[in-house]
Write a protein that binds this ligand. Sequence first.
Ligand SMILES: NC(=O)CC[C@H](N)C(=O)O
Length: 248
Amino acid sequence: MTVSQTITIGVLALQGGVVEHLNLLRRATAQVSPAIEFALTEVRTPDQLARCDALIIPGGESTTMAIVARRLGLLDPLREFVKVQRKPVWGTCAGLVMLAEQASAVKQGGQELVGGLDVRVLRNRFGTQLQSFVAPLELGFLSEEEKEEKGKPAAPFRAVFIRAPVVEEIMAEEEGAGGGKPPVEVLGVYRKGDAEAEGKGDIVAVRQGNVFGTSFHPELTGDVRIHVWWLRQVVDSARHGKSIVQGA
Ligand SMILES: NC(=O)CC[C@H](N)C(=O)O
């Protein structure tokens, strides 16, 4: 793909924070590069998905999303998009649950997942809607970005957690899907109180090749940095006609 072509970014629009992602994407695209044209689109059908170069799966309710995706014949096309075509995909909160290979604390009878990340997530780690909170997160990958441009580390990211999942286990390579997949990188850890002193914490941002997941909701903060960071990788991936590689 050449830079003069349009890069189409889809947001899975079955349920959840669709508009919020589209709004932030609109602002973020303006910051990426004037040479690149982006098209932003809602995805509700396999045809719409097929036109996308990259996809965001928003927050919401992963159980509902899975049921609706199954009804619309989208589950298998989503799996193909993520795991076979290996196009860039970012899941926020419920989207992270969808992108995990395994989830615990699921409703009786289980729930269908798209998969792609060789992790097990624990749903609703921090309790109910009423226990939602905002916490400053040090995200090293944003610092690297800013260091190049401004020569200083990034300010903490105000992360919004709403019935958020965390990554409770990263599967060992031999347990994962295999097939030469890159390793799971931990990109964000939330530490609270005593856990900080002990060096423990909850994994709240991960990347494995083309698949990126965050427990929190950057689309609800108005802080455009993670969207810009992700879009830059999408551009790189589209330019080189490859899936995002580790460290790209
Ligand atoms: N804010 C959210 O996306 C919540 C996620 C929800 N608890 C789920 O498991 O799907």
